[in-house]
Design a binder for this molecule. Structure first.
Ligand SMILES: [Zn+2]
Length: 414
């Protein structure tokens, strides 16, 4: 089964122009100037109103871009190779005209992406990149105009599927490993690249916090000599949820731990500590349901078309639930983490929570999602960015992984 793609493309083949804009790049950079240096996007803004909304990004030089639309939710995607971002802090939250927000970052190695959220059905009226001129830098311009749903969908249908956006739902079989091999543990730092995850008021991002923690945890697990440990990402690159699951399956993982940090602005002072989640068809509670929706939105944020609930997410979760053994093991592992963290008073709740997290749905790999703490809470933020806390918490998670495998070894071989 293939996920139905709905997208259309306004492909713009624009000549690459070498040379940097002197107004934007200092003399030192110019002196070292190389024509192969990636373009830098260093500012962006929205202009216009609901009748015509214009997105503009300033670039250090002209680049080729590929601009297309996606539905459900309404988005414009701008792809370019070799663009790095040095945007002002806090940019992208301005609502104006048809645009509700935008974000940018690395989508894949060497591939940059801007995702513009749009409030309703629309058409890309124009999309082009201007040469630098006089005191103006090179600029990417995307003009959006409102449309009715029917016109929007008709345009989407005209589009040819994009290879990089086509998601095959079938997952590869898990690698079979020799019986004497060390168990493989896959750690999955959430988000990355264009998807920053949540962030604190001071601008600490979830994607950084979880990557740093995952690296520390990996080295602790390696130090035991008992496991083979992999990270789904070890840099600031975006990975789709499906790719994370596939990575674990290709590595023949015995255990999969997705690592995140939460944000709960309603009760900033009270909401602290870690929470442990497993996969379930029905969410254990409203907070878990909302969190799964937020985490599952990662692909949409990065401009990947989401499968509709009816044809993919639910069907797969139901299949997964048939894998009771995997589910039971996931719960055993989740309890082990809760047990370890509880002794350190580091938990938000001792209760195991569950919901339809797409990243946990490998049918044959016990999988747990750990929210390390709340970036909305200033005390948690301090902890999440402290080396001592990372060390303690990674130690606790290592112990819980030891406990999990000790239990499994006592009962049966892997
Ligand atoms: Zn997250």
């Amino acid at each position: 089964m293939r996920v139905r793609r709905v997208l259309f493309a306004a492909v713009l083949a624009l000549a690459r122009v070498a040379g940097l804009a002197p107004a934007l790049i200092g003399p030192a950079v110019l002196a070292a100037g190389s024509e192969t240096r990636p373009a830098v996007a260093n500012d962006a803004r929205i202009a216009g109103d609901r009748e015509r909304t214009r997105f503009i990004a300033d670039l250090s030089k002209k680049v080729d871009v590929h601009v297309f639309a996606l539905g459900n939710p309404y988005r414009v995607i701008v792809d370019a190779s070799d663009v790095s971002f040095q945007m002002p802090d806090g940019i992208g939250t301005q609502r104006r005209g048809l645009v509700t927000a935008y974000r940018y970052g690395l989508f894949a190695p060497g591939k940059a992406r801007i995702v513009i959220d749009v409030s309703g059905p629309f058409l890309i009226d124009k999309a082009f990149v201007l040469e630098p001129r006089d005191d103006q830098p090179a600029r990417l311009v995307v003009d959006l105009v409102p449309a009715d749903e029917k016109t929007f969908l008709a345009k989407l249908k005209e589009a040819k599927p994009q290879a990089e956006n086509t998601a095959a739902v079938t997952l590869p079989p898990t690698l079979v490993r020799p019986p004497d091999a060390k168990p493989v543990v896959v750690l999955d730092p959430g988000h990355g690249g264009i998807d920053r995850g949540t962030s604190s008021a001071a601008g600490i991002t979830e994607k950084e916090v979880v990557l740093t923690f995952a690296r520390v945890l990996k080295s602790k697990l390696n130090a035991t000599g008992r496991y083979e440990v992999y990270l789904t990402r070890d840099d600031d690159t975006f990975l789709a949820l499906r790719e994370r699951v596939e990575f674990a399956q290709k590595k023949g993982a015995f255990l999969f731990l997705s690592i995140h940090a939460d944000y709960f602005p309603q009760e900033i002072d009270k909401t602290t500590g870690a929470t442990v989640y497993t996969l379930s068809e029905e969410a254990s509670d409203e907070e878990a349901r909302a969190l799964a929706a937020k985490e599952n939105f990662s692909d949409a944020l990065a401009g990947i078309e989401l499968p509709s609930d009816s044809d993919e997410v639910l069907a797969n979760i139901l299949i997964d639930l048939a894998q009771r053994e995997t589910q039971n093991r996931s719960v055993v592992f989740a309890r082990a983490i809760v047990g370890e963290l509880a002794t350190r008073g580091a938990l938000h709740t001792k209760r195991l929570r569950s919901a339809g997290f797409r990243v946990l749905k490998a049918p044959d790999i016990p999988s747990v999602l750990l929210e390390l703490g709340f970036l909305s809470n200033p005390d948690d933020e301090k902890l999440l960015t402290s080396e001592a806390w990372r060390d303690r918490t990674a130690e606790a998670v290592t112990k819980s992984i030891d406990a999990y495998f000790a239990k499994r070894l006592a009962r049966s071989p892997y």
